[in-house]
Design a protein around this ligand. Structure first.
Ligand SMILES: O=C1O[C@H](COP(=O)(O)O)[C@@H](O)[C@H](O)[C@H]1O
Length: 279
C-alpha cells in the first residue's frame, strides 16, 4: 500500500495548506515548490526575486541545494532578500544573514552581487531606510516586480517562518508596525524576542508578493496555526492582529507548509471550510 505522505486542505481562495509526515518530506516538497516558482518567474520576468526569513526555515532548504535542483535551476537569475533581520553583526549567532549564508547561500551558485543583505553597520532606523531605498531602485529597473494595485514591490516569492506567538518576519502580535500602510521596510526596537532591534518588511509588501509560503513545524506552533487559519473572527481565541492571520495575498497565492504537530489543531476539526484531499 502506498504511504500517504501529506494531506492538503483548501481553506480559502488563493491559499493552500500542505501537511507532511516529516521534516524530510517538507524539505522535498518545498524544494519542488520553490523550483517551480523560480522557473515561472524567470520565464515570465527574466528574474527571480525571493525574500527569506530566519528561524528554522534554512534547515528546510537543504534539498534545494542538491540534485537535480543544483544543476537545473537558473541560479544566475536569482536575487536574494530578507523579509526581516536582527540588528546584529553579520557574523553574530542571531543574524538571519549568517544562518542563510551557512545553510544555503554557501551551497548554491547565486551571484554575490545578487544577495541584498540588510546593513549591519548602521542604526536600525537607517538600515531600514537603506533597505527600502535599495528595493525602490530594484523596483524601478524591474528586477523586483511591482504590484499594479498599490505600487508595492511584488516579490516573486516571500518565504516566511511563523513563530509560536504567530509572528512572521519581525511583525509581532499587536505591534503598531502591523498598521503601517505606506512604508515598505520598517524597524522595531522592542521585539518581545531577542534581539530587541530588528528590521522588517511591512504587511503591504508581504501581501503584495506573487507567492507567499509560511512554514511552521512543531506542536508549540499548533495553536497559532489554528488561530491564523481558522475562519472564525470572534472571541479571544482569534485575535484580529495575529500577524500570520494578516498575511492575505492581494492577488498572489499563499501556501502553508506544516508538519503534523503544527497542524494538530486543524486535524479532526469539524470545519466544513476545510476540504480534505490526498496530496
Ligand atoms: O525572529 C524570528 O523568528 C521567526 C520565527 O522563528 P522561530 O524560531 O520562532 O520559529 C523567523 O521567521 C524570523 O525571520 C526571525 O527573525
Amino acid at each position: 500500500m502506498e504511504m500517504e505522505t501529506s494531506v492538503t486542505y483548501e481553506p480559502k481562495r488563493n491559499s493552500e495548506i500542505r501537511v507532511f509526515e516529516s521534516s524530510d518530506e517538507i524539505s522535498t516538497d518545498l524544494a519542488e515548490y520553490i523550483s517551480q516558482v523560480s522557473e515561472i518567474s524567470v520565464k515570465e520576468r527574466g528574474f527571480f526575486a525571493i525574500a527569506l526569513s530566519g528561524g528554522p526555515l534554512v534547515n528546510f532548504l537543504g534539498k534545494l541545494c542538491e540534485a537535480p535542483y543544483n544543476k537545473t535551476l537558473d541560479w544566475s537569475k536569482w536575487y536574494i532578500f530578507w523579509s526581516d533581520e536582527r540588528a546584529v553583526a553579520k557574523n553574530h549567532v542571531e543574524s538571519n544573514y549568517k544562518l542563510t549564508k551557512e545553510g544555503f547561500l554557501s551551497k548554491v551558485p547565486i551571484l554575490n552581487g545578487h544577495v541584498y543583505s540588510i546593513n549591519d553597520n548602521a542604526t536600525v532606523e537607517d538600515a531600514a531606510t537603506d533597505y527600502e531605498f535599495v528595493i525602490r531602485q530594484l523596483v524601478k529597473v524591474r528586477t523586483i516586480g511591482v504590484s499594479e494595485s498599490n505600487d508595492c514591490p511584488k516579490f516573486d516569492l516571500i518565504l516566511l517562518n511563523m513563530g509560536s506567538d504567530g509572528h512572521v518576519a519581525s511583525l509581532f502580535p499587536n505591534h503598531p508596525a502591523l498598521e503601517l500602510k505606506d512604508d515598505w521596510v520598517t524597524y522595531i526596537t522592542d521585539s518581545p524576542q531577542t534581539p530587541p532591534e530588528r528590521i522588517t518588511f511591512t504587511l503591504p509588501v508581504i501581501n503584495s508578493a506573487s507567492n507567499i509560503a509560511i512554514l511552521a513545524t512543531g506542536d508549540d506552533k499548533a495553536k497559532a496555526v489554528h488561530l491564523a487559519i481558522s475562519d472564525s473572527t470572534e472571541g479571544p481565541e482569534t485575535p484580529a492582529s495575529l500577524p500570520a492571520r494578516m498575511v492575505q495575498p492581494t492577488d498572489g497565492k499563499l501556501v502553508w507548509f506544516l508538519d503534523k504537530a503544527a497542524a494538530s489543531s486543524l486535524e479532526g476539526k469539524n470545519d466544513a471550510s476545510f476540504e480534505h484531499h490526498e496530496y
